[in-house]
Design a protein around this ligand. Sequence first.
Ligand code: MG
Length: 253
Amino acid sequence: MVTRKSRREIEKMRVAGRIVAEVLALVESELRPGVTTGHLDRLAERHIRSSGAVPSFKGYGHRSNPFPASLCVSIDDEVVHGIPGDRAIKPGQIVSIDAGAIYDGWHGDAARTFVVGEPRPDVAKLIDTTRLAMMAGIAAALPGANLGDISAAIEDTAAPGGYGIVRQFVGHGIGTEMHQEPQVPNYRTGVRGLKLAPGICLAIEPMLTLGSGDVEVRSDGWTVATLDGSLAAHFEHTIAVTDNGPEILTTVA
Ligand code: MG
C-alpha cells in the first residue's frame, strides 16, 4: 500500500533528510587519496547519532548477514551497497556514497558519486548525466502525474549518451521504513503506474554505467558491481510530492 504522509510527518522526514545531506557534505570534505572507506563511515555514524538520529543502513537486511555500516561506499565498478572497511581511496577513483538516517521514526535516504582528483571526460559525463537523470525524475514527480513519468524522464536523460541503466535495483517509496511501496524503476515499464498525489514520498535513484546495466552481487552478499567491470554512478534524493510540485527533502537548505 502506498501511504500519503501528513505535513507533520514530512517535517520529520525533512529533518532526517537534512542530516543525510550533512553527512554527504561531510564525507565530501574528507574525501581524498589515502582516506579509508571505514574512516568515512565512522564520521558519518558519529554525525548521524550526534544529530539525534539513527543510521538506517546499520543492521539492515537479513539477520544472517546484516549490513555492518552506516554508509554504503561503492568504488568504480561497484554500483551500490559497498561495505566500508580498510580500503584506502586512490586518486582518480569514483566513489559513490549512500547515506540513510532515521529521525523520530522517519527516514531520509540520499546518494552521490564523487570523483577523487581529476576525472576522465567520459567519466565526468557519466556522473553528470546520472545527476541530471535524477533531477529529471524529480522534476516529473508532479501531483497528478504518474510514476511512469518519473521512469520515462530518467530513461530519456540516460539513453542519448548510450549509458547502461541498472534495472535490478530501483527507487522506492520511503517513510517509516526505508523501503516502502511503490518501486520507482529508472526505465519505462510500459505501464503508467501510480497516480502521484501530495504526501507521497519517494527515493529517486538512477544508477548508470559506462557499459551494460547488468550487475552482480559480490561474495560479501552486499556489494553490487557491474558484470562487465564498467564504471558506475549513482545519485539519489528523497522527495515529497506536494501541491506545489516535488520538494527535495535530503538537502541542507
Ligand atoms: Mg534508496
